[in-house]
Design a protein around this ligand. Structure first.
Ligand code: IMP
Ligand code: MG
Length: 187
């Protein structure tokens, strides 16, 4: 069995740094929603945002509910652009009364989240905001104006894994975020 560490070129954020990022984001979120009269629903996007969601919500001392969706988008790399594939959908009858905070691991092209946000607003969610751990703005699809409301860190255009992020479903359980050695995905 190969060791995951051997495939990592460098560590971008270790556990301590991730903790500090979560502290800051949770403080911003707590400040912004503290006076809201609506129900706050943290919508964690499976699978990658699971570790981040767990660390984040423990730091938000407000009443909130936790929900999940599993989505993918067929964007510029296929012909069927514009399609949001909902493998697990949000199923609530109070959507018009809630503030939704989407929690995502990384924004790359922005296709997935812009479609998801539009979908939730179409369904008349009272508000929809986005919290992402990582953002690669240099990769954003030119036509999209998507910017996260809460962003842990902006990173360059490198493929990262760990702390929920995968390559071929592997590396999600690394406790840090690291850059994957290019030879691993060229194999
Ligand atoms: P987008 O629709 O291009 O923004 O895609 C975002 C999704 O692509 C994320 O939820 C990840 O699953 C995946 N992704 C994008 N960049 C990376 C990366 O550097 N490492 C791991 N997954 C990534
Ligand atoms: Mg993935």
């Amino acid at each position: 069995m190969s060791h995951m560490e051997q495939d990592i070129a460098k560590i971008l954020f270790d556990e301590k740094e991730i903790g500090l990022i979560c502290d800051r984001l949770a403080a911003e979120i707590t400040r912004d929603y503290a006076d809201s009269e609506r129900k706050l629903v943290v919508l964690s996007i499976l699978k990658g945002s699971l570790p981040f969601t767990a660390d984040l919500i423990k730091r938000i001392p407000l009443p909130l509910e936790l929900d999940f969706m599993k989505v993918s988008s067929y964007g510029s790399r296929t012909t069927s652009s514009g399609t949001l594939n909902k493998e697990l959908d949000l199923n609530r009858d109070d959507i018009e009364k809630i503030d939704i905070l989407i929690v995502e691991d990384i924004i790359d092209s922005g296709n997935t989240l812009s479609r998801l946000k539009a979908d939730l607003l179409d369904r008349k969610a009272h508000s929809v905001k986005i919290c992402t751990l990582l953002d690669k703005p240099s990769r954003r699809e030119k036509t999209l104006t998507l910017t996260p409301d809460y962003s842990g860190a902006v990173i360059p255009d490198e493929f990262v894994v760990g702390y929920g992020l995968d390559y071929g479903e592997k590396y999600r359980n690394l406790p840090y975020v690291g850059v994957l050695k290019p030879e691993v995905y060229k194999k």
